[in-house]
Write a protein that binds this ligand. Structure first.
Ligand SMILES: CC(C)(COP(=O)(O)OP(=O)(O)OC[C@H]1O[C@@H](n2cnc3c(N)ncnc32)[C@H](O)[C@@H]1OP(=O)(O)O)[C@@H](O)C(=O)NCCC(=O)NCCS
Length: 152
C-alpha cells in the first residue's frame, strides 16, 4: 500500500467512498476543486490501483482543518486509518502548521479512539453540529512544535 496525493483519476473512487461513508459528503466536483487547490491536499491510500481510504484537510496560513477520513468498510482495522493520519500529520509538519483540528461525531468511538491515539486531544463540543442524524461534535486538536529557529 502507498499513501500519496490524489490524482485526477482518483476522484471518482474518492467520491464513491465519500458518498458511501457520509450522509452529507463532498461530491466529485467539490473533491476535484480541493484536489486542484494546493491548500487542500487529499491523501489516498492505494494498493494495486485500488483506493482503500483517504483523508483531506485544508491549510490556511499556519492552521489546518481536517475534512473527512474514510477507509473502505472491508479493509478497516488493518492500520490504514492510522497510516493516513500519520501521513496527514507529516504533511502538516512539512507545511509548518501550528495545529490540525477536526470535528467528530460524539458517538463515533472508533474514530475518536484513533484520533486520540494519534495525538489529537478533545478540546470542546459543538452542540448539534451534525445533521442526518443531528448530533454533537467533539472538537479535537493536535498541535505541532514550532520549527526550530522560528520567530515568536
Ligand atoms: C474511523 C476509520 C477511518 C478507522 O480506519 P481504520 O483503518 O479501520 O483504523 P485503524 O485500523 O488504523 O485503527 C486504528 C485504531 O483506531 C481505533 N479503532 C478503529 N476502528 C475501531 C472500532 N471499530 N472500534 C474501536 N476502535 C477502533 C482502535 O484504537 C485502532 O487501533 P487498534 O486496531 O490497534 O485497536 C474507519 O473506521 C472509517 O472509515 N469509519 C467511517 C468513517 C469515519 O467515521 N471517519 C471519521 C470521521 S471524523
Amino acid at each position: 500500500m502507498e499513501i500519496r496525493k490524489a490524482l485526477p483519476e482518483d476522484i471518482p473512487a474518492v467520491a464513491a467512498l465519500e458518498a458511501e461513508t457520509f450522509s452529507l459528503g463532498a461530491d466529485a466536483s467539490a473533491l476535484e476543486r480541493m484536489r486542484s487547490d494546493p491548500g487542500c491536499p487529499i491523501l489516498c491510500a492505494v494498493e494495486d490501483g485500488t483506493l482503500l481510504g483517504y483523508v483531506y484537510f485544508r491549510s490556511v496560513l499556519d492552521e489546518g482543518y481536517v475534512g473527512d477520513l474514510a477507509v473502505r468498510a472491508d479493509r478497516r482495522r488493518r492500520g490504514i486509518g492510522r497510516a493516513l493520519i500519520a501521513a496527514m500529520c507529516a504533511e502538516a509538519e512539512r507545511r509548518e502548521l501550528a495545529f490540525l483540528t477536526l470535528e467528530v461525531r460524539e458517538s463515533n468511538s472508533a474514530a475518536r479512539r484513533l484520533y486520540e491515539s494519534s495525538g489529537f486531544l478533545p478540546v470542546g463540543v459543538r452542540k448539534n453540529y451534525y445533521e442526518k442524524p443531528r448530533e454533537n461534535a467533539v472538537l479535537m486538536t493536535k498541535t505541532f512544535p514550532r520549527p526550530s529557529g522560528g520567530e515568536e
